[in-house]
Design a protein around this ligand. Sequence first.
Ligand SMILES: CC(C)(COP(=O)(O)OP(=O)(O)OC[C@H]1O[C@@H](n2cnc3c(N)ncnc32)[C@H](O)[C@@H]1OP(=O)(O)O)[C@@H](O)C(=O)NCCC(=O)NCCS
Length: 229
Amino acid sequence: MQPYRRFHPQYRERLALADGTWAELRMVRPEDAALLRDGFERLSPRSRFQRFLSAKPRLSAEELRYLTSVDGEQHVAIGAVTWSPAGRERGLGVARFFRLAHAPEVAEVAITVADDAQGKGLGRLLMDRLVESARERGVERFEFRVLAGNLPMYKLVQTLAPCEPEQDDDALCFHVPLSAPTRSGYELMRSLLALAAQGALMLIGPTCRWRMMARASSPGAYEEEARSP
Ligand SMILES: CC(C)(COP(=O)(O)OP(=O)(O)OC[C@H]1O[C@@H](n2cnc3c(N)ncnc32)[C@H](O)[C@@H]1OP(=O)(O)O)[C@@H](O)C(=O)NCCC(=O)NCCS
């Protein structure tokens, strides 16, 4: 039986960005090609350069197909959308990983947030969800190629695991192990209860010992207790 996965094709999550904008996160699907092209066309040349590590005036039809034909296993992409006043979806960002063909436990990562949505916490949200979806699929390491000076991306990578990058052509290459997931709320609650119980024992223990010592120092105390009904 397949283990439960949070990031399945129907995954949807609504949340508010730092400025109050509502966004929905969901898995990218083939019908998103037009949304992705529109998002790419709104990207500044600087953001395009940081994402593709070269000047990128347009996305070809083949690239669009590749970026939206995700299989949810080797290639996973989580998109963020918001809505125009007319109710039309507008792309805000996308985070994806591709497993390496020769080392499927390793995946290369790319994240892009539309310029007007940057600095509002969306990059971090997408990164968190991408890491969780990768762990669900047994990915052990993420690789990032980041241009020197890309401070927001550098910060996102460093909060996963502090690491020293390698110089790789014009970019810095970070190899980030995906550590064990943080403990679930249930496990955390159990640990807290165990700690609370330990604390209670530490309080009760000395009290019992003190009562026993008091009894021992009062001759006949046990006999009296034995006689009482
Ligand atoms: C990198 C990128 C995805 C970050 O997305 P974002 O939504 O702006 O990121 P967040 O708002 O979640 O911020 C992430 C961190 O960067 C910091 N940050 C954001 N904008 C910043 C800026 N202009 N200067 C310095 N730090 C900045 C935030 O404070 C946060 O750090 P903190 O949590 O320690 O405070 C986005 O800037 C982007 O799409 N850039 C162009 C494409 C790109 O570079 N992709 C990466 C290639 S793999």
